[in-house]
Structure formats: structure tokens, C-alpha cells
Design a protein around this ligand. Structure first.
Ligand SMILES: [Zn+2]
Length: 317
């Protein structure tokens, strides 16, 4: 919660893992946890755990505790008290007020259906930018992206450039159901918690310009932080090419196979762990992982199928 450290030369590396309690951790989430953890430890930095519980309709009772227990069993150690987004509303409200004050946030009456009728990709056409039409009521609040371009260098995927207005559109920060949008909470938290590098899956690559833009605007006003750097690793896909996700009911991580699952995650991340590690205990495996970790070995791909990993590691016949 503290507005600690500037990311100056003297400050240390700070990474994070930020699961949503929408179900148990699966192999796809393990990849993100391992990548962010090894990178933080290899940089002799800190690693924070943040539970992104701001979407109650999608949450599963008990999932937070189950996630935490699973991380403990896998040997992850976090460096500060776990933070919960559900307890950080004041920061998000503050940000919304600041953006309103800057004239960058406006009410929108459009439903998803109405938007997709105008733009098949669902990119917001700017209908309510100049005010709500007569008789229409505000549903959500959107951030103005007019003429905004965002460029950044991803540590794994390379240079990225987005024309916000054309490729993303004015995006929602407060949803029609009254909840804070994911983009708002994550963008604010990464900056406020002084995260120096976000390591996460490539499915979030197009969220990054949104969060960077927010951090840029709010940086001057309230955050007092530069933005983090970003590294997006490939995500795991199933045989049909779909991302493993809690929504698709990806199986929970088997707790009796900690070493095997960590070994698979490291293989997926291109670290080429020696097969002898499969016989090692959990702590020796972690020690090897951190000592030998290299972000540059992670494949510069957006996705890798689970079958390829199984071939790579040959744990499963
Ligand atoms: Zn609208």
C-alpha cells in the first residue's frame, strides 16, 4: 500500500505474480508464476503476490486460499504481505477522480452489442465522446485515447507499437455493473507497488499499452512512479490451440507432482533443465532454476501447445 521507492538506479528489482481467484492454479498459471519468480530471484529482487479479486461474479469461493496453498506447496516465497485488490478500492476511486478532473474519462451508454454492430472487432467507435445522446443513461466510464500512440520494448517479444484509438479504442475503466475494470486496477497497482518489471503471459500483451497509457497519465498526478518494464512469455495452448484457462476448466496443478510440474514449466520456458533434476527434491530444483535462469532463453513465441511440451520433456509418453 505504501508509495515506496522510486525506481531509480539504487532501487532493487521488484516483480509480482497476480492470479485471479476464479479457480485453482493450472499449468498455464504455473508458467507465469515460475517465470516471474525466477526472474525476480535471479535479479536478487523481490517478488510480490497480489490476489486480483475485483470481479466477484467470476470468483469461486475458496479459490484465493487454494491458490495460496498451492503456491506454498510448490515452494514459492513472497516478500511482503499478500495484497488483495478488493481492499484497494480507494486507490482506484482516486484514479478515476483524477482522470475525470483531467477531462479524460467520460460516461458511455453503449452496450457491447451496440458496439459490435458498428465495429466487428468490438473496438469502441467513440460514440459517447462528445456526451450522451438524449434519453441515454451512463453505463460505463471510458478513457479517452484520441490520437494516442504507445510504444514499448518487450523484453521477450521485442518492440511493440499500438495506435490506441484505432487498435484498442477508448477502453472501460469502470464497468456497467459498477465494478472497477481489470485494466485500471492492474495499471494502478503495478505502479503504486513499485513493480519494476512485469513478467506475464502473451495473452496480456495488448493490455500493456492500456496500462502504460494509464500509468503515463497518472504518473504525474498521483502515482509518483515511472512505469514497469514488461516481458510477455508464450502461453500454453491445448490441442485445439486454445489458451489453457480457468474458464476453460484447465485441470488444477497436481500437488503430488511438484518437481515434475516445475520441470515441465522450466522446459516450456526454454531453460533446458537437466533430466537429473527430475530425481532431485523441490528445493534443489529451485536452486538450479534461479542460478541458471535466463530470460533470453524464453522462446520468442506467443503460444506453445501442451503437446509440444510433453514431447520436449517426454515425461508423458
Ligand atoms: Zn458509448
Amino acid at each position: 500500500m505504501s508509495k515506496t521507492q522510486n525506481n531509480s538506479q539504487t532501487s532493487i528489482y521488484r516483480g509480482r505474480f497476480a492470479p485471479s481467484p476464479t479457480g485453482p492454479l493450472h499449468f498455464g498459471s504455473l508458467i507465469a508464476a515460475v517465470a516471474s519468480y525466477c526472474q525476480a530471484r535471479a535479479m536478487k529482487g523481490e517478488w510480490l503476490l497480489r490476489i486480483e479479486d475485483i470481479d466477484p461474479p467470476r470468483e469461486v469461493a475458496g479459490a484465493s486460499d487454494e491458490i495460496i496453498r498451492t503456491l506454498e506447496q510448490f515452494g514459492f516465497e513472497w516478500d511482503a504481505e499478500i495484497s488483495y485488490q478488493s481492499q484497494r478500492s480507494e486507490y482506484y476511486l482516486d484514479a478515476l477522480e483524477t482522470l475525470k478532473g483531467l477531462g479524460l474519462l467520460y460516461p458511455c451508454a453503449c452496450s457491447r452489442k451496440e458496439i459490435s454492430k458498428i465495429n466487428s472487432l468490438g473496438i469502441y467507435p467513440g460514440t459517447c465522446r462528445t456526451g450522451l445522446a438524449n434519453g441515454r443513461e451512463a453505463r460505463s466510464w471510458r478513457l479517452l485515447t484520441e490520437s494516442v500512440d504507445v510504444a514499448f520494448r518487450d523484453a521477450i517479444q521485442g518492440p511493440q507499437q499500438f495506435s490506441m484509438e484505432n487498435e484498442i479504442g477508448d477502453f472501460v475503466l469502470k464497468r456497467a455493473d459498477g465494478l472497477f475494470a481489470y485494466q485500471l486496477a492492474v495499471g494502478i497497482d503495478d505502479a503504486l507497488q513499485g513493480i519494476t518489471q512485469v513478467v506475464r503471459g502473451s495473452d496480456l500483451l495488448d493490455s500493456t499499452p492500456r496500462q502504460l497509457y494509464l500509468q503515463q497519465i497518472l504518473g504525474q498526478q498521483m502515482l509518483g512512479h515511472p512505469h514497469p518494464d514488461y516481458a510477455h512469455h508464450p502461453v500454453v495452448t491445448d490441442a485445439q490451440g486454445e489458451k489453457l484457462s480457468k474458464q476453460k476448466l484447465a485441470p488444477a496443478l497436481p500437488l503430488q507432482q511438484v518437481v515434475e510440474q516445475l520441470y515441465r514449466a522450466l522446459s516450456f520456458l526454454g531453460q533446458q533443465p537437466p533430466r537429473t533434476l527430475l530425481e532431485a527434491d523441490r528445493d534443489s530444483l529451485w536452486q538450479w532454476s534461479i542460478e541458471n535462469w535466463s530470460l533470453t532463453k524464453i522462446p520468442r513465441q506467443m503460444a506453445i501447445s501442451i503437446e509440444e511440451i510433453d514431447k520436449m520433456t517426454a515425461i508423458v509418453e
